[in-house]
Design a protein. Structure first.
Ligand code: GAR
Length: 207
């Protein structure tokens, strides 16, 4: 059984999709938020999932927060740490500590559009496709080896909101699937931090 810790900052719909997927071999050990008012916390508590809050506002530096965050996470002995709308830039010390077992979902086809406002930027650039990327987290924001991508068409008349909604639906399919690949050992991380590509091929067939 693999212990999974999910980090959120808000709504937590990706966290909900992962919990609801009831992935064989994966135990959601805890949901951790940096914001006490994150809506996803109440949802997790209602379903009997353990939660923890570590408010970043109580720390003088990013480094101090990340050290305390790692201590909180490590109480649950995670095999995998899942960033699900966790809107904090992480320090190199934190990403190194979880090297090979820290994943993120980002609402664009990375390396296009790292950062914020991804959907509006895709529309502004005239992209015909958009999507989401699940990747291993490294020290560089929204970078790291790609594990899977999901693709949607950008439709005529799409707004930031309509495109975001379609991509989010896909996120809710893709992210639990990648977590399940970790749980059943299909994704393996090499000593140099690279991931085997078997999982990406599976994503291309399924999506
Ligand atoms: C999701 O769309 C996720 O891809 C994005 O935040 C949203 C969180 O929604 N993450 C990022 O932009 C990370 N760079 P959720 O809280 O409902 O899962």
């Amino acid at each position: 059984m693999k212990n999974i810790v999910i980090l959120i900052s808000g709504r937590g719909s990706n966290m909900q999709a992962i919990v609801d997927a009831r992935i064989p071999g994966a135990r959601i050990a805890a949901v951790v938020s940096n914001r006490p008012d994150a809506a996803g916390l109440a949802w997790a508590t209602e379903r009997g999932v353990e939660t923890a809050v570590l408010d970043h506002k109580g720390f003088d530096s990013r480094e101090a927060f990340d050290v305390a965050l790692a201590q909180t996470i490590d109480r649950y002995a995670p095999d995998l740490v899942v960033l699900a709308g966790f809107m904090r830039i992480l320090t190199p010390g934190f990403t190194a500590h979880y090297s090979g077992r820290l994943i993120n979902i980002h609402p664009s086809l990375l390396p296009a559009f790292p950062g914020l406002h991804t959907h509006q930027r895709a529309i502004n650039e005239g992209c015909l496709i958009a999507g989401c990327t699940v990747h291993l987290v490294t020290a560089e924001l929204d970078h790291g080896p790609t594990l899977a991508q999901g693709v949607v068409r950008v439709l005529p008349g799409d707004t930031e909101n309509t495109l975001a909604a379609r991509v989010l639906t896909l996120e809710h399919v893709l992210y639990p699937r990648v977590v399940s690949w970790f749980a059943d050992g299909r994704i393996r991380i090499a000593a140099d931090g690279s991931a085997n590509l078997e999982a990406v091929a599976v994503a291309e067939r399924l999506l």
